[in-house]
Ligand binder design. Sequence first.
Ligand SMILES: Cc1ncc(COP(=O)(O)O)c(C=O)c1O
Length: 435
Amino acid sequence: MPTSWYNIQADLQEPLSPPLDPTTLKPISPELLERIFAKELIKQEVSTERYVKIPEEVIDAYLRLPRPTPLYRAGRLEKYLKTPAEIYFKCENFSPTGSHKTNTAIAQAYYNKEQGTKRLVTETGAGQWGTALALACTLFDLKCRIYMVRASYQQKPGRRIIAQTYGAEMFPSPSDQTNFGRKLLKENPNNPGALGIAISEAIEDAVTHEDTRYSLGSVLNHVLMHQTIVGLEAKKQFELIDIYPDVVCGCIGGGSNYAGFGYPFMMDKLKGKTNTEFVACESKAVPHTTKGIYTYDYGDTGEMTPLLKMLTIGHTYACPPIHAGGLRYHGMAPSISYLISKGHMQSVAYNQTEIFEAARTLAQTEGLIIAPETAHSLKYVVDEALKCKKKGEKKVIAMNYSGHGLLDLTAYEQFLAGKLVDYEPEKIDVPTFTH
Ligand SMILES: Cc1ncc(COP(=O)(O)O)c(C=O)c1O
């Protein structure tokens, strides 16, 4: 088990652009951030220390998830594809809530508990992040409140029920609990909600309750850093079998599972020690990095969050209702945006029908039901393995298996019935901000 997280900010050629205050559009003051996040997390957000020690209590909670998670060779899939490529999955699907999100939820709950926070609030889309934070809060004896996108709250009760069982308070967003939610409900009582709206509600809740802090499940530097436990473990596991991957891939919603898996390998690339390819996979319905613009944008719809310099398709973009709820976010982690813009990594986008085709192939070869989000990188893996077959190339392809799909069965049902619809925006408008 690694005992420190890896912070990529130590190895970037230049510092990342600072977050901006949403009211002044000037670099944000630490005091304002402290009303939103735990102090230690703000320190980690701007730290340029290469390694940050993982607290004992967090290591203990990681061991019980359990960690380290297995590195799995998808030999049956290779055989089915008749490819000379080797395919490896880092299995984050084994956590109690089914995805990688617990790795940062535990760390954030720990630091908040240490500083005396009584209650954490957050938003969730389909519920992966919400269940992870609800679990972490119950482990560290914190109250937890979650604003869940209304459409998912109603249509996908599975993860809501898990979070409620852990003891979290759940509200469909927009809700009657915040000024922003009440305003939206007045305009449209049937508003289906969106992640950007739920974030605005959670932030409003945090800044209006002294004992409360906000917790975010992706995008920010500290969140990505907590996830590097995944890649640091994988690197050691590959070392044990004397292999270094030729391709490191994963899906991107806000960027945390990809960065967590990829950055410990990216460290070597930034130091000129490897030519490994880094490939991030997204949805054609939410093409934040393949069609987005690299600029400052808000993290939420209500324009309450600090602005981040990132690849974005605009904070007012209405994300189509694809089943990969975790990929429905307009922006992208600043460090991933930076690395793509500098050409250190590339990104590709897929439609939901083709990713479910790949998911079915996986189910029928390895017996694994993959999360729709993760299936975006699986589609890339299958295509790359077939290219290797054509060229007779023996590449090692490593993918972060970020979650299982056992609570996404209605999506599989629609796919099997031939009822899935693909979406692609015709036009993207991104407002630009300067400072
Ligand atoms: C299984 C799974 N994979 C990937 C993601 C995308 O998020 P991120 O890019 O932060 O890893 C999510 C988000 O909820 C998820 O649930």
